[in-house]
Design a protein around this ligand. Structure first.
Ligand code: MN
Ligand code: MN
Length: 392
C-alpha cells in the first residue's frame, strides 16, 4: 500500500526535485543577464544579488512564555527582508491580561485564530472602547493608541498580530507598569492620586502578560434573524463574516480602509485555497505582502526579475514576505485546504494577475510576444481567474 502523503513528506520529496532545478536555471540566467545587459536606473534598486530569504518559521521559534500566556515575534531582526511589516503570534490564558500599553512606531492589526478576546482602547480624543472579539474578527489600533487585551475564556485564545513597521518590537513597547516603576514615586503617587506608600504593592518592572479575573462571557445569543449583520464598530471588523469573493479554487475576504475606515495603513486578505488550487501568478503594484499560514500547506514561487526566482514551501505557523511589485503565486499542497492571513502595508488593495493581463491584450500582440500561434493564445484565460481549481 502506498504511504499516505503527509504535509511533511510532500514537502520533502518535492523540495529535492525543485531545489536542484531552480538553482541551476536561476544561476545561469543571472550570469548571462549580468554580462549581456546593462542595468537601467530602475534595476539598480535590485542589483543581481540572490533574492533574500522570504520565509520565517514563526511557529517554531522560541518566543516569550509566562504564567498568563506566550508570544512569538518576527521583525527585521529575525527576518531582514520584512522591513515594512512585523508580526506576533500570541496566546493568552483565560482571564489573563496583556497589560495597558502602546506602540510608539507602529499601528497594530490582529486576527483572532482561537478563543475570545476583549480589548480596551483609548484614542487621543478621549473616546474609549471595550470590545469583544471572536474567531475571524479583526482589530486595528492606530499607532500610539493605548490598549489592553484580555482573554475572556472559556479556553486559551490565540491571535496573530501584524504591525506596519518591520522594526516593531513587542518586547520594546510602552507599558504602564514599566512607566510607573521608573517614574519618581512622588510624581507617580501624585499623578495616581494615591500615597507614596501605596506604590509599594505595584510591579517593580514591566508586567507584560499578567493573570487576571475573568470578565463576563461573550454575549452569545444571536439575533433572531440569524444572518442579520450587526454594524461594524470602530476598532472591530468581523472579517470572517463578510461575503467572500469566490473563485474556481477558493475564496478571498478582503478588508481595506474602504470597509474598515480606521485601518488607514494596512489592508488584509483572508485566503482559502481548496485542495489542488492555484492562486495564479500576480503582483501587487502598491504594497509589500506579509503572509501567515494559518492552516494547510502551500508552495510559493517568487519572481524578482533578472531571472531571479525562488520557490519555497510553507506549513502552518510559517510567515512569508513578498516585496512590492514582485511576482508570485501560491500553490495549495496536501490533503487539507489551506488558509492564509495576508497583510499589505497599504490601506488600498491592488493586484494584477496574469490572466487579467493576458485578457486585456490583443491576441496577435500576445502571439507575437510569446512567439506562438493565435490558436494557442485562444486557449489562454479571457478573464480574471484569481484562484484556479484543482486540475481535472
Ligand atoms: Mn499592542
Ligand atoms: Mn499576493
Amino acid at each position: 500500500m502506498k504511504e499516505k502523503p503527509t504535509p511533511q513528506n510532500i514537502l520533502f520529496n518535492r523540495r529535492e526535485v525543485l531545489s536542484s532545478a531552480m538553482m541551476t536555471t536561476a544561476g545561469i540566467a543571472a550570469l548571462s543577464l549580468s554580462t549581456e545587459r546593462p542595468a537601467v536606473a530602475a534595476e539598480r534598486d535590485h542589483p543581481f544579488h540572490p533574492l533574500e530569504k522570504f520565509k520565517y518559521d514563526l511557529g517554531a521559534s522560541q518566543g516569550w512564555s509566562g504564567k498568563g500566556g506566550s508570544a512569538k515575534q518576527v521583525n527585521v531582526d529575525q527576518f531582514p527582508v520584512s522591513k515594512s511589516i512585523a508580526g506576533v503570534s500570541m496566546r493568552v490564558e483565560p482571564g489573563a491580561i496583556r497589560e495597558l500599553h502602546w506602540h510608539a512606531i507602529a499601528a497594530e492589526w490582529a486576527y483572532i485564530l482561537e478563543g475570545n478576546v476583549r480589548t480596551t482602547v483609548i484614542s487621543p480624543d478621549g473616546q474609549a472602547d471595550d470590545v469583544y472579539f471572536s474567531v475571524g474578527d479583526v482589530w486595528y489600533f492606530p499607532r500610539g493608541y493605548g490598549h489592553a487585551l484580555q482573554c475572556v475564556g472559556p479556553r486559551t485564545c490565540h491571535f496573530l498580530l501584524g504591525f506596519d513597521n518591520g522594526n516593531f518590537s513587542e518586547f520594546g513597547t510602552f507599558s504602564i507598569t514599566d512607566w510607573l516603576a521608573v517614574t519618581h514615586p512622588a510624581i507617580a503617587a501624585r499623578n495616581l492620586g494615591i500615597s507614596v506608600s501605596a506604590l509599594a504593592g505595584f510591579p517593580k518592572e514591566e508586567a507584560y502578560i499578567v493573570p487576571g479575573t475573568l470578565p463576563p462571557p461573550v454575549p452569545s445569543e444571536p439575533f433572531r434573524g440569524g444572518s442579520v449583520p450587526t454594524s461594524q464598530s470602530v476598532h472591530k471588523f468581523r472579517m470572517a463574516e463578510v461575503e467572500p469573493h469566490r473563485f474556481p479554487g477558493g475564496t478571498e475576504r478582503v478588508v481595506t480602509a474602504a470597509q474598515f475606515p480606521i485601518q488607514t495603513t494596512m489592508s488584509a486578505v483572508l485566503m482559502h485555497l481548496e485542495v489542488g488550487a492555484l492562486r495564479e501568478l500576480h503582483w501587487h503594484p502598491n504594497a509589500d505582502e506579509w503572509f501567515y499560514v494559518a492552516a494547510g500547506c502551500c508552495r510559493v514561487g517568487l519572481f524578482g526579475a533578472h531571472g531571479r526566482h525562488v520557490v519555497d514551501e510553507f506549513r502552518p505557523g510559517q510567515v512569508g514576505f513578498v516585496k512590492q511589485g514582485f511576482g508570485h503565486y501560491i500553490e495549495q499542497l496536501g490533503d487539507e485546504p489551506t488558509q492564509l492571513i495576508i497583510l499589505f502595508n497599504s490601506p488600498v488593495y491592488q493586484e494584477i494577475s496574469l490572466s487579467k493581463w493576458l485578457a486585456g491584450n490583443p491576441a496577435q500582440l500576445i502571439a507575437d510576444n510569446l512567439g506562438v500561434s493565435q490558436t494557442l493564445v485562444d486557449q489562454m484565460p479571457k478573464h480574471w481567474v484569481g484562484i484556479f481549481g484543482a486540475q481535472k
